[in-house]
Design a protein. Sequence first.
Length: 361
Amino acid sequence: MSEPVAVPVPQINPNDEHAVVARWHIEKGDRVRTGQTLVTLETTKTTFDVDAPQDGFAFFEHEPNAELAVGAPVVWIAATADPFEIPSHLSRSLDTSRPAPDERFTRKALKLMKQHGLAAADFPGEGRIDADAVETAVAGRSPQPTPAFTDAEPLELAPSKITEIQTLSRVYEQVVPSTVAVALMCERMEQRARRLEAEHGPVSFLEICIYEAARLLPHWPEFNAFYAAGSAWKHRSVAIGFAVNLGKGLRVPVVRDTARLSLLDVARTVRDLSLRYMRDGLTIDDLTGGTFTVTDLSAEGVVHFVPVLNDRQSAILGLTAERSGARARDLVLTFDHRLSDGMRAARFLAALRDRLEGAEG
């Protein structure tokens, strides 16, 4: 009798190392057909379905909210409905030909292996190896169970939040974050907005900020960049993402080639992406490739906050609400201090403020 076929977690986005089980569409032991949806997985960027590659009976071990490494089996398709014990080597392998040794390891895993003098031979089997597996091998023990606290109880987190934790932990392991802010005069900004409205029709504060930031970023490449492999890298184009969370989970749709777009084009793109977010119509292409991010909490009455950097980005702009009685609102920039410094960040914000207030065209 043939062994069950392992169905792996696919790599939808090159930067993802993990995915979280959001929802099962089947029960253990169900008969499934080729192409039938088995499970919905979620990363920080998107939600996607995994379908059955062949007819058979489906078995799985993982419950909703479980985090799985990319390449690890999420479900098995067996020829019969008889329950079976998943062999240990199968639970860590794919139903494909064995890859070359380096292809089994994530970039971070290879870096940790080099630091601790480990080789591919130290990780038998065919499964995908991530940083957690390397750290476990270094420690010489299995991962510790979640501790039990007598004065607290578990807080249930959404699958997207669990994946976000993993991504942000990776980003902030090496990044040197710093934050600066400047005040934007509301009256001047409102005058500028009225002039733009008379010329182009209604445009939002967020749309104007995305447009003006895109005009500046080609001249401030350290804020349209990232740090990796011991070097600084600047993106070849400007692609500004904007954070949106309207009850369907946090997403960051990306306005591509932003520096080449007119204000009207930026506004149309932002509105189209926002509408598709509400309709659950965003694709992985809509959510990847951002080089800079804008996050707007002004509608929540927030007058100051510290934005959190995204993966493969060196800066994020935060937009705040007007401070009571001050007729001013803050522009906040969190940036990677490895690529720039507080003075440069302050000057970038001052240039952006001038544009928003109409001091520059």
